[in-house]
Design a protein around this ligand. Structure first.
Ligand code: SF4
Length: 218
């Protein structure tokens, strides 16, 4: 692994800046969901995953309580990951159609996955101060992603967070699935609905639409 990203990831994993989020992620790791009660939850901030030389960054909001916060890897071990990786694999961005646990052999091709907020927030609602505090890590990732051309944001909050990091106004960028805008002369932002079970079950998003969006990035 690139030593700079290794150092950054170590810094992220040991971060306890936000009291509320530190307490919440650790509480979930102790209480656990019944289905996973025999597992050791990660319970720490979740770093990015993939090749730092990628041209595409996929940005989610935060780890899921029993997904990334349990497994320690972004979009791993929950229903959202199940849907997303089926699509990423079919669009040839990953070597396998599933993302279940760390060291499951998953590799990504020209795509780096990360989160705007590295710790799970209660009710999936971070405060603006927590987001602001955590953006410093995202900004460091942007600097290390030297070949970055496209940022795909999963869900409106990730989309808005990305605009905030670039100090752009939301009103100039309408969010809808497949929306694509220039952020500056090097970078584009692409909006996608979040691959959550709710969006999939209500057919707000389906596999065909997601694969179409992913293929359009190539
Ligand atoms: S949300 Fe970010 S800044 Fe806050 S404790 Fe987690 S890693 Fe640190």
């Amino acid at each position: 692994m690139n030593p700079k990203i290794k150092n950054l990831n170590q810094k992220i994993i040991s971060c306890r800046k936000c009291d509320r989020l530190t307490e919440f992620r650790e509480k979930i790791a102790i209480e656990k969901r019944k289905q996973f009660e025999s597992e050791n939850y990660w319970g720490k901030p979740v770093t990015g995953f993939g090749d730092i030389n990628s041209e595409i960054l996929m940005l989610g909001l935060a780890p899921a309580a029993h997904g990334g916060n349990r497994t320690g890897r972004v979009f791993t071990g929950d229903k959202s990951a199940e849907f997303l990786f089926k699509c990423l694999h079919l669009a040839k961005f990953s070597n396998q159609p599933n993302s279940e646990r760390m060291n499951d052999g998953l590799t990504l091709n020209n795509i780096y996955l990360t989160l705007a907020l590295k710790c799970v927030p209660p009710f999936d609602k971070p405060t603006s101060n927590e987001l602001k505090e955590c953006f410093k890590y995202l900004k460091e990732e942007f600097i290390l992603l030297k070949n970055l051309r496209i940022i795909v944001t999963l869900g409106k909050i990730a989309f808005d967070s990305c605009l905030k990091v670039f100090e752009l106004k939301n009103k100039d960028f309408k969010f809808f699935h497949g929306a694509r805008y220039r952020l500056n002369n090097k970078l584009e932002i692409v909006a996608s609905y979040h691959p959550s079970p709710r969006n999939v079950n209500t057919k707000r998003i389906n596999q065909t639409e997601m694969i179409k969006l992913l293929k359009s990035l190539k």
